[in-house]
Write a protein that binds this ligand. Structure first.
Ligand code: BES
Ligand code: ZN
Ligand code: ZN
Length: 452
């Protein structure tokens, strides 16, 4: 946690300044007496946003870490002049996220840097969002053998309860009684039992229908009988980044007592191979009553999300639905690691979402939902197929889920590209989990509080 500087000895000061030319993030050092200053350029003052500040501050602190700095005073003056408290917050957050380290199982521990803010502290809201992003990163980075569905459920419910969030864990047995066949088809044959995690935050009026935040919680995705090649297996522990995103956003809502109602629903499973695991060609049922032909067991996310959406609508009475998942490799081919794709069936909802993304600085791009794409997931033997017969993998995965949304306002986000980076794409990222979408989902829900 950042402390206010009280003239303690420090070896470095990190400061930002605008430049009239150049692209920004240019570094220069000025030494005066004991404390040296690292200046990071922000580029033209007219184009500076919170995201510019976050990146510049992150670049600066990574540079100082590389130089072996032990005590650093962060000077938010320039950011504050340009963006007021938002600038201070962005500087603090950029630094904290850049210094994030995943939990390590190395026996030798690294030491931390001591950080001070020169004049103003970041807001409580900023701190809670930074914590939520780091928590989401921790969950996604956690090895699959240390985070099976029951572990995910325990960690989430214990943490959420400390902020007054109501929690419930639906067991496999209870899911069976609810008819959640699509969910159980994926999870029930794995050695570690599946579960459905439900977190209810009630900050809004009692009569306001909660937004349903549904996150994919596959703690490991081997592909099942459609086994992934070994080269694609490195990141399979991160297939619960959607779950981590909705969890992080909900915690931040609760910590900031945002006056909105939100219900998180997380179907959590392992997708593994067992003698009785599902195979391509199987036809299964679902909680909605619709039947599904399984074309590929590696398209497991949409199966468990379908039932989780039905559960959110019918058992939790949610209004707007949002689902988020590391769902398709196709979105990585389309947008790479910096931009997530989304589908939405409601223009006002879409506008709210894009506005939230503008505040968070994250990049999203909407995909079309033309009728011919729906034809690609028609099945000759069941109501719908879990794979497309004609490509368009990201859109058709989304439209598969649309079939379970019962005409509610719905938004689907595919973060398969943005949830994980093998090398940072933005300066405030570190190798591995990014904490994608936590901030955008928080700001979306917060804006809905204002509208209500
Ligand atoms: N979890 C994967 C998607 C994924 C791919 C996430 C790359 C992160 C990085 C998902 O369950 C999956 O395997 N999807 C298949 C669907 C296909 C079989 C229709 C894919 O995208 O290849
Ligand atoms: Zn898969
Ligand atoms: Zn998956």
């Amino acid at each position: 946690m950042l402390k206010l500087w009280n003239q303690e000895a420090a070896d470095w000061r990190l400061a930002l300044r605008t430049e009239t030319e150049g692209v920004g993030s240019r570094l220069s050092v000025e030494a005066d007496g004991k404390t040296a200053t690292l200046w990071v350029g922000l580029g033209d003052a007219k184009t500076v946003t919170a995201e510019t500040v976050r990146r510049a501050a992150a670049k600066g602190i990574k540079t100082l870490k590389g130089l072996g700095a032990k005590t650093v005073v962060l000077d938010p003056a320039a950011a504050q002049t340009l963006l007021e408290q938002d600038g201070v917050d962005a500087m603090a957050q950029g630094v904290a996220l850049a210094l994030y380290r995943p939990r390590s199982w190395k026996t030798e521990e690294q030491t931390d840097m001591t950080l001070y803010m020169a004049s103003v502290l970041p807001s409580d809201e900023c701190n809670s969002l930074t914590d939520a992003i780091c928590l989401a990163r921790d969950l996604v980075n956690c090895p699959a053998n240390h985070l099976v569905p029951a572990d995910l459920a325990r960690t989430m419910t214990e943490t959420a309860r400390t902020y007054g969030v109501e929690t419930e864990i639906i067991s496999a047995e209870q899911a069976r009684a609810l008819g959640m066949e699509a969910f159980l088809t994926v999870g029930d044959s794995a050695g570690h039992a599946p579960c459905l995690i439900v977190l209810r935050y009630r900050g809004g009026a009692p009569d306001q229908a909660p937004i349903g935040l549904v996150g994919k919680g596959v703690t490991c995705d081997t592909g099942g009988y459609c086994l992934k090649p070994a080269s694609s297996m490195k990141g399979i522990k991160g297939d619960m980044a959607g779950a981590a995103a909705v969890f992080g956003a909900l915690l931040a809502l609760a910590r900031n007592k945002v006056p909105v109602n939100a219900t998180v629903v997380i179907p959590s499973v392992e997708n593994r191979i067992a003698p009785d695991s599902f195979i391509p060609g199987d036809v299964i049922g679902s909680m909605s009553g619709k039947t599904i032909e399984v074309g590929n067991t590696d398209a497991e996310g949409r199966l468990i999300l379908a039932d989780a959406i039905t559960y959110a609508l019918r058992k939790e009475g949610v209004g707007r639905v949002l689902d988020i998942a590391t769902l398709t490799g196709a979105v990585v081919g389309m947008f790479g690691f910096t931009t997530a794709g989304f589908l939405c069936n409601d223009e006002a909802y879409c506008t709210d979402f894009m506005e939230a993304a503008a505040v968070s600085g994250e990049q999203y791009w909407r995909l079309p939902a033309f009728d011919e794409y729906r034809k690609m997931i028609e099945s000759p033997v069941a109501d719908v197929s879990n794979v497309s017969n004609d490509g368009c993998g990201t859109i058709t995965a989304g439209l598969f889920l649309e079939a379970f949304t019962e005409s509610h306002p719905w938004l689907h986000i595919d973060i398969a590209g943005t949830a994980w980076v093998d090398s940072p794409k933005w300066e405030y990222q570190t190798n591995g989990a990014t904490g994608a979408a936590v901030t955008t989902l928080y700001h979306l829900c917060k804006a809905m509080a204002k509208e209500a």
